[in-house]
Design a binder for this molecule. Structure first.
Ligand code: 8YV
Length: 312
């Protein structure tokens, strides 16, 4: 008998095909009335394949009374109700580590882009403005101070990238980390004051909501740049929009937003912000590795083995 796995939201087509070959996979996203479908058939599924984008909230978990395992495509766990899963003894798999390089690369692409104004200068050339004059000067990156909010797996890779640019690095976390050599800032405000570039690499969710507040942006100041490759929820987005409009910070490089795929239109006309469509892990190589991990976590669970990557 094949295990019944519910699929919440689209996954990579190749992953969908592979899962469908191994399990009785049902795409919930194809149901016209998902609630009615869950009420009628929810008790038939032991597995849930989802992603950091679509997650698994308490209502979905409750609608699947036989659920034993969740396998999520992504490192972020903020859309998964881990407490609800834990209470039911449901195992949760996700895809840490395999995306560290690409997310750190994207953080650095944003650092370079917003400081050196790469995207803005590309628009300048395409508009034909080069024929009329020189592009204005930008800000040097190498040797500048880089602050990291959230020195986790991805934060550490960003710190390694920074070493190649001769950038001193400090970080802020809930507490200092014994195995990290870079300096610890006791508060985010202190880190923001010190930083030329403040890179947000913390997890999303309730604990980090709004950490980068109006006060923190003020501490970063008119010469400081903000880069966010974590979650839009970590930053007070309304305060950020205002700070960019009034040039109270030098600029921002953003891969994530509060209500994706909605991006505040007030940012569209600003050249001091680089806007990416949450693409940090979107490379063929990394997406293939993430898909493999989703598959491996399910296979481990149904094979009676520990998950390859289990959410704590
Ligand atoms: C994904 C991510 O783009 O892994 C994560 O947590 O945010 C990204 O890698 C996306 O969330 C996949 O659904």
């Amino acid at each position: 008998m094949r295990h019944r796995v519910l699929q919440h939201g689209r996954l990579l087509p190749a992953l969908e095909t592979r899962l469908a070959a191994q399990y009785e996979l049902h795409p919930l996203w194809q149901e016209a009335d998902p609630q009615a479908f869950l009420a009628a058939h929810g008790s038939g599924f032991t597995g849930l394949a989802t992603s950091a984008r679509f997650g698994a909230d308490a209502a979905l978990i409750a609608a699947l009374p036989a659920l034993k395992v969740i396998s999520s495509f992504g490192v972020g766990l903020d859309t998964i109700d881990l407490d609800a899963a834990r209470r039911r003894g449901i195992e949760v798999g996700y895809t840490p580590e395999v995306l560290n390089d690409c997310v750190a690369d994207t953080a650095f692409a944003l650092v370079m882009d917003v400081a050196r104004r790469i995207s803005a200068s590309d628009r300048f050339v395409r508009r034909g403005d080069w024929l009329k004059g020189q592009f204005p000067l930008a800000t040097k990156v190498s040797g500048k101070r880089l602050g990291i909010l959230g020195m986790g797996r991805i934060g550490r890779v960003i710190a390694r990238r920074a070493a190649g640019f001769d950038m001193p690095v400090r970080y802020h976390n809930r507490r200092p980390l014994a195995d990290v050599e870079q300096g610890y800032a006791a508060s985010l405000k202190e880190l923001a004051e010190w930083s030329d570039f403040l890179v947000v690499a913390s997890a999303g969710g309730a604990e980090t909501r709004g950490l980068v507040s109006r006060e923190i942006l003020a501490a970063l100041g008119p010469e400081g740049f903000l880069v966010n490759i974590s979650r839009g929820s970590v930053v007070d987005q309304a305060a950020l929009v205002e700070a960019l409009q009034q040039q109270r910070i030098a600029g921002a490089g953003l891969d994530v937003f509060e209500h994706e795929p909605q991006v505040p239109e007030a940012l569209f006309g600003l050249d001091n912000v680089v806007l990416l469509p949450h693409l940090a892990s979107n490379t063929h190589e990394t997406r293939a590795a993430m898909a493999q991990r989703v598959e491996d976590n399910l296979a481990a669970f149904f094979g009676g083995r520990p998950l390859v990557s289990a959410a704590a």
